[in-house]
Design a protein around this ligand. Sequence first.
Ligand SMILES: *Cc1c(COP(=O)(O)O)cnc(C)c1O
Length: 229
Amino acid sequence: MVTENLKLVEEKISGACRRCGRKREEVTLIAVSKTKPVEMIQEALQSGIRTFGENKVQEILQKQPLLPDGLDWHMIGHLQRNKVRQIAGKVCMIHSVDSLRLAEQIQKEYNNLDMTAKILIEVNIAGEESKFGLAPEKTEEVIRKIAEMPNLKACGLMTIAPFTDDPEENRIHFSNLRKLLVDINSKNIDNISMTELSMGMTGDYEVAIEEGATMVRVGTGIFGNRQYT
Ligand SMILES: *Cc1c(COP(=O)(O)O)cnc(C)c1O
């Protein structure tokens, strides 16, 4: 199932890139494997996928030793400060930096390891009550402080768009996140030159690519529906 699904997702990504004149290499597909067994991840590996997204620290730590070295693991879920130490140095990027205090904690732990953390700033672009993420108007202020933290590299912005049956409804939010990135880059803040836009999930990744996504996070579309117990 995973193999066939991946073929379809790949076709849709290529199609979206073609429609808006972007190169396929500009978009990284992150296979979101949360709640799914390593057997399914192995099937994705056979299709050439090397980049996986998980939203729980514990799950990353459980799965990593069971799979080959050298895969790119992305932490995409809400991260508690007391769990940063456990994943420090073990993930390729943290997508979900949603507060200054969390950024400070990541700075501290990566400083201890003498490493640099690649991070994205999570923005609540649609202003939804239930969502994590910085308010758009607070984002620049936080990024200015992150810019002064020597062990953090702010690579870009991330958002989780509203749940909707009609992906076109999210086009405006993706477009707004891209504008925010362009706007903050234009301030020429020292150490800040952001290139990544992590936006788009199973229901809306094609629209997200058309609006500039450089990373799409696709779970259900690859691994099927999730069962939560
Ligand atoms: C689960 C999750 C996804 C993937 O969602 P699907 O709709 O299954 O593609 C993407 N991003 C985040 C942050 C998630 O938690």
